[in-house]
Design a protein around this ligand. Structure first.
Ligand SMILES: Nc1ncnc2c1ncn2[C@@H]1O[C@H](COP(=O)(O)OP(=O)(O)O)[C@@H](O)[C@H]1O
Ligand SMILES: [Mg+2]
Length: 332
């Protein structure tokens, strides 16, 4: 668009607008600067952030965070308490304004198009508010109303959601009387009420017993199968290991590493091995350098008729190891 009056000679053509902002962290600008927003956001990325920064006085709650979250993934954000996880999620949920940088959800910038972002995204905070005297059904009706869902649709919608999170039998129970695990599942149902593409779950497994954790994990995998993209945080690393295809490790507001847990371990040169149980009951550990070496080892073992294999598993490479290696030496 050119708002110049007609009289003066036309200005020289503007340089092409870059599709993506330059990556160096120091270049982060407020995201409404059009030069630094991608003109056509990447369709396959449900979440994109660049230079995302939030300061409170001298404290950097988030420090130049760059994230790309592909559609359909369960993406884990891992970091100790105070790392900046909730701050990042609040910005993506349009509930907090960043100091610098920008974030998009399904291509919509959180600051310029918050309503579109809220339609695409369901946010489950780390603590559920108090809803005195509301039943489970009334709680979901209340939230359906806040999304302007016509009341005629509520019964079927709420029935479906309660079945999904296995709370149908509790539909007349007062919310405050539910167990922690049930409250978490109800909170998840609430986050799903407008059928969002992206679920943002802030430490959903905290305070759950092992059984409730397993159920939550199964539910999230079911939601992934339904086509949802899930962004989930935890400070308990093992919790996310089995379900996240990608993780971002953050500490003191900074991204320390991101990628698949295996790729990060490989890039760190972390020791890994395959533990093999043979048919005769003997157990042996075989060190491997990377995925390719592991595949080659397994092929060799399976083809070796002399020593039939009955079981194998990866050892000494869980996220606890990974996390300790990455955050080593950083003072909190
Ligand atoms: N409203 C606030 N005012 C001041 N400091 C804050 C505020 N919110 C968060 N912080 C600080 O920002 C840092 C990141 O917090 P948070 O995002 O909640 O971390 P996490 O969720 O990873 O535990 C912490 O040091 C926290 O104390
Ligand atoms: Mg938090």
């Amino acid at each position: 668009m050119n708002h110049e009056p007609a009289a003066p000679p036309p200005p020289p053509p503007a340089p092409p607008v870059p599709l993506a902002p330059p990556s160096p962290m120091a270049e982060a600008r407020p995201f409404h600067d059009p030069l630094h927003m991608p003109e056509q956001p990447e369709q396959d990325l449900v979440v994109q952030t660049r230079g995302l920064t939030k300061t409170y006085g001298q404290l950097y709650a988030l420090n130049n965070l760059d994230l790309d979250i592909p559609r359909g993934t369960i993406f884990g954000m891992i970091g100790p308490n105070g790392a900046g996880k909730s701050t990042a999620f609040l910005i993506l949920a349009t509930l907090l304004v960043p100091t610098k940088g920008w974030a998009t959800v399904c291509g919509h910038p959180t600051l310029d198009e918050p309503k579109s972002v809220r339609r695409k995204m369901g946010y489950m905070p780390d603590v559920m508010g108090v809803y005195e005297n509301l039943t489970v059904t009334e709680y979901l009706e209340f939230h359906a109303a806040t999304y302007h869902i016509p009341s005629a649709e509520w019964p079927e919608l709420i029935h479906g959601l309660l079945e999904l999170v296995e709370l149908d039998v509790k539909r007349q129970t007062i919310v405050d009387d539910l167990s922690r695990g049930m409250k978490q599942r109800l909170s998840l149902a609430r986050a799903l009420i407008h059928d969002p593409e992206l679920l943002i779950l802030d430490e959903p497994a905290s305070g759950l017993d092992p059984r409730a954790r397993i159920e939550l994990r199964q539910l999230l995998i079911q939601l992934q199968d339904m086509g949802k993209t899930i962004l989930i945080s935890s400070h308990i690393l093992a919790e996310l290991q089995q379900m996240c295809s990608e993780i971002a490790v953050i500490e003191a507001g900074r991204l320390l590493a991101s990628g698949s847990p295996n790729a990060i371990m490989d890039s760190l040169g972390a020791g890994r091995a395959v533990r093999v149980t043979f048919a005769d009951g003997s157990v042996e550990d075989f060190p491997v350098a990377d995925d390719a070496a592991q595949q080659e080892l397994l092929r060799r073992l399976v083809l070796d008729d002399a020593r039939p294999v009955s079981e194998f598993t990866s050892v000494s490479r869980d996220l606890e190891d990974l996390f300790l290696k990455i955050t080593e030496g950083i003072v909190q």
